[in-house]
Design a binder for this molecule. Structure first.
Ligand SMILES: Cc1cc2nc3c(=O)[nH]c(=O)nc-3n(C[C@H](O)[C@H](O)[C@H](O)COP(=O)(O)O)c2cc1C
Length: 173
């Protein structure tokens, strides 16, 4: 039988969301490295949004969606992934767990709200608090510059990945 799987889907323009997704992957791998007999074995997969097909989503037990907020919305490539996958997945992922991690310059709530609405359509279950990482990029120069996470920001994303993988291993999700 296939192992239950955590799927991390990301899109990033200047590196922050990619780093957040990789931090979540890192945290998830830490949760599953020392497998204990009372826990299920868990697989962790990380995919760029442009490479995601409906079968990837259908094969997972839980999801972390990671992208920047662009012009008060989720980034276009993330939206394109949902547009392509929405109807093929509709009605087949009900009750599965999800988390979001949004990279923002100042806000991030618009992107989070949009993903929450799509997730509601799929009848997914949000199982973590909102995680918006504010990179404080507001001038055009700051916005276009490559981004790196602080240790605190990295740890928050890593903790989310860890909690999601742990929840799957314990059969909570
Ligand atoms: C075209 C564009 C529009 C943006 N619009 C917003 C916005 O509406 N709200 C916000 O908080 N940040 C906005 N930002 C800033 C990004 O969300 C922020 O720099 C984020 O860290 C980028 O993540 P990334 O490095 O994964 O691309 C915008 C950035 C770009 C390039």
């Amino acid at each position: 039988m296939a192992k239950p799987k955590l799927l991390i889907i990301w899109h990033s323009r200047t590196g922050a969301s990619e780093a957040m997704a990789r931090a979540a992957y890192d945290g998830a791998m830490k949760a599953i490295q020392n497998h204990e007999p009372n826990k299920a074995e868990v697989e962790v997969e990380i995919l760029a949004a442009e490479n995601v097909v409906p079968a990837n989503i259908l094969s997972a037990t839980a999801y972390i969606f990671v992208c920047p907020e662009n012009l008060s919305s989720m980034s276009g490539m993330m939206k394109e992934m949902f547009d392509r996958c929405y109807y093929p997945v509709l009605g087949q992922a009900e009750g599965r767990a999800y988390a979001t991690m949004i990279a923002a310059g100042s806000d991030g709530e618009g992107a989070e709200r949009q993903i929450d609405r799509i997730a509601t359509g799929w009848r997914l279950r949000r199982v973590t608090d909102s995680l918006i990482v504010n990179l404080q990029a507001q001038s055009p120069e700051q916005i276009l510059a490559p981004k790196a996470l602080s240790i605190t920001q990295f740890n928050k994303c890593s903790d989310t990945g860890n909690a999601m993988a742990e929840g799957i291993a314990l059969g909570i999700f």
